[in-house]
Design a protein around this ligand. Sequence first.
Ligand code: ADP
Ligand code: MG
Length: 623
Amino acid sequence: MSSDEEYDIEVVDKSKEWADFLSKKYKQELRTIGREFPYQRSLIINYETLQKFGRSGVKLADELLGYPNKVFAEVRDALRTHNLLARKDAHEIIPRVNIRFINLPRKTLVRDIRSDQLNTFVSVDGIIRKTTEVRPRLVEAVFRCPAGHMTIREQSYGRFVEPDSCGMADCTQKKLELIPMRSKFIDAEKIRIQETPEGLRGGEQPQTLDVDVTDDLAGLAAPGDRVVINGILKSIQRVTMGAKSTIFDIYLECNSIEFGEKEFEEVNITEEDEAAILELSKDPNLYRKIAHSIAPTIYGNDEVKEAVSLQLFSGIAKEMPDGSTLRGDIHILLVGDPGIAKSQLLRYVVKLSPRGIYTSGKSATSAGLTAAAVKDEFGDGRWTLEAGALVLADMGVAAVDEMDKMQKDDRSSLHEAMEQQTISIAKAGITATLKTRCALLGAANPKLGRFDEYVGISEQINMPPSLLSRFDLIFIMTDKPEKQRDEAIAQHILKAHSVGELIMQHRKHPIEGVDEDYITKELAPVTPEIDPVMFRKYIAYAKRNSFPIITQEAREALVDYYMKLRNLASPDKPVPVTARQLEALVRLAEASARTRLGNSIERDDAIRVIKIVDNCLRKVAYD
Ligand code: ADP
Ligand code: MG
């Protein structure tokens, strides 16, 4: 039964209007379906095209949102009565043609879905978190009673309904048997989408929605994909300990999937923004301003902040003549004593970065940091492929805290995820390669609480040297008491607190002539010099428009330094100096040039990044 029947709606046959629309706008597509069915069996209608189709188009489009099942029936009716598929057996195949709609103007956030949207057509965007294997699902069950009568029962998502007795009049048989051979099945897959990080206000946990995907759409989406899913919002009664509850769970009956282009940032840059960006790029204090706009509430750590700013701009991914690719993403690891604002820095960076994901190495999701195939109740016995943080952060930054506490499986899968930027899963019926084109910002606490300069870092943070060598930069942050610095930190922390307090007070009892901007500006050092919204736009603009090329002078400086490193290195150092370091230098220099929207990597960029790398290596590799 279609759920629309529960509504009291005007019964006007719209099939003529549909036929008019379809024969004018979708003639080609219908002909293809008519010719190539069942290989082509979905008619994909653009909502905007429909809406722009005169007065009737507006009405039809509107009706789809409120009464989708009625609309699907009318479209099929139009196909049938006006013979739009141009086939003799049209009436047999029309029930199997999928009517799909894409490009809806309004999107609903998962967290905003309410009961009044049940049974309506909605459009939701998100990242795919889990997908199950594609398996046949019963849609029309045929039962036979001992006397040989057949009874048909339509089946819906999630539960199996059996008749209590034979459907034949006068037959009193109660023991019915399902006949799979006579029943109808459809390919089905269950997926779970999660809200996109962009839509979340700082620190909120993303909410999820389960989606029932069927027929030719099953198996198309992979974990980590950015999608818009259009479909009918449905409810299903919850059953707790065998008893039916009055609480219903919701799911989306998928009608169409639109795949987002992850390569292009959603950040919207206006002409005014562009002018402001170009102006900022010429600022003589650009580098300082940028570094000071990263976690301004954290005192000091200027080198780390400078490195993180380079990470946000990132190097340039390259395709080699032999088809292999070189990553452009810069991986950074912060190792050090507890209580020195590592976690806080990670959280801040996630907020600044497009597609930033924060997670902890010890977090207990079954997908871990990369991805996993599991068999749990989500899939109702099917294998499920689930994306972890690095897949969800594809094209963004993955901040992984407490990396020293990560699982053994994660440690081994990280090698591939960090360098090849893919993760391959082959388990049971699932073989998949998911993309992890993200920059990793990791933090680790030494095993014994404090960092011991005389013990190798690999040992202290429980990570093999091979994994450590995947990081472009490793910072050792120690917390040695030092009077002047400690006092400065204390002042800084208190200042940050007082700005917060003042703002709270001002909100309760506004002070005349003073606004929040004034308070934050007056108490500078703790407020970012570049506003976070502008900062994100600046990064997005740089990544879209700046592809600097290395100059001869910069190349020489980098090679010279690398040769010097190789000479100093000895094979028993905790992090051996390999060609990876040279690649890291190039990436960092690219990011440095990008920071000022440069076209070329100058000697100054090289010098700047050599200084950063050298400071790090001094502590890690050849101290
Ligand atoms: P970690 O992850 O390194 O153990 P946290 O990020 O949890 O440390 O920081 C602990 C607390 O100390 C935070 O509230 C942080 O604001 C404060 N803190 C530590 N160092 C600084 C600093 N340099 N500037 C400002 N706050 C700091
Ligand atoms: Mg921490």
